[in-house]
Design a protein around this ligand. Sequence first.
Ligand SMILES: *Cc1c(COP(=O)(O)O)cnc(C)c1O
Length: 401
Amino acid sequence: MPRPDLLQRLAVQTAERERASLRRRLHTIDRVDGPWLESGNRRLLSFCGNDYLGLAQHPQLVAALLRAAGEEGVGSTSAHLICGHRHVHAALEEALAAWTGRERALLFSTGYMANLGVLQALLARGDVCVQDKLNHACLLDGARLSGAELKRYPHADVNAAARQLAARPDAAALLATDGVFSMDGDVAPLRELAQLCAHERATLMVDDAHGLGVFGTRGAGSLDAAKLGQHDVPLLMATLGKALGCSGAFVAGPAALIEGLVQFARPYIYTTAMPPALAAAALEAVQLAQSETWRREKLAALITRFRRGAAELGLPLAPSPSAIQPLLLGGADAALAAAQALERHGLLVTAIRPPTVPAGQARLRITLSAAHEEAHVDRLLAVLETLHLPSAPRAPGGDHV
Ligand SMILES: *Cc1c(COP(=O)(O)O)cnc(C)c1O
């Protein structure tokens, strides 16, 4: 056998995706104006961003970023542990810890890296990592990287998680779950999971990328909404690139945990610190997300309006209380065709297809934002009505990997 050619193998895999309607394509966006995007001379109303509070273009964020860049320059010039950790990073970490009711917080450059860092620092071969099957890809990747045994329980099935933990009573155990599931929009059974972890002496980690800013008092997130403190959930991770309209992420929890991450989380140690100007913008975003309650209220009203309208039209809505409102269409072709039809009507909604979601569960992932208006939601509903989508939500497919 001759040695296989890696680039050729990749090209074959890409061609297979094309045939299965699973090829992903980049769209270049020329201009952004709130929920409006311009691409190739077309103006599209977007329902696919994660700027849930409408902060990404807020003038105060932009001003904070420019001011800080003027003072500190663009790049941080090194990793946090060398000389990249500036006063504004420290101030942002303090604000995030106070907001989420945790002792300390630690910034990471992205949420993906934060999850890799936490799991790789905490877990080792011989440990067990129990995860919801629908967790974000980076939680799964982090567990694989750690060498721990990864066990995935059916979505939101606390009893199955309990069995998986009970099967390894002597192993150090971490249970990790999304707070709000990124492709389904539903909230994890956080209180039950916290109880289970307390009973099993397992450590609970919650990735609240889509809950921070949206749920809880002053937007403190899904854990605040579920009244779970640091004692119940020692590991909270959330991102700055969704409701906060910036980029980056943080882990918050007990001081000793954070100190351990500084020592051992490789994606924290061996990477350039987030640009200080971005930290300055994020600090502004944290303050706005806390104080401008009207953004959360407006978002909640738009979610209610969309759900009511979609239910009246008999659309295949998923049971989601969050800004993520998927319409479950089943096949990848159906989801792609619906997204293309919406785009012809000037609406941008992403078709989410396998492998991001299990086979047979392709969907339109509609996201709402405080930057939308009621008229935008009404327009989306009016166009959806013309598409003749299947009405009943598909049963969850169960055991997909
Ligand atoms: C977006 C997301 C991440 C990754 O965060 P980035 O900062 O975009 O890398 C992690 N977890 C969940 C649940 C997410 O939705």
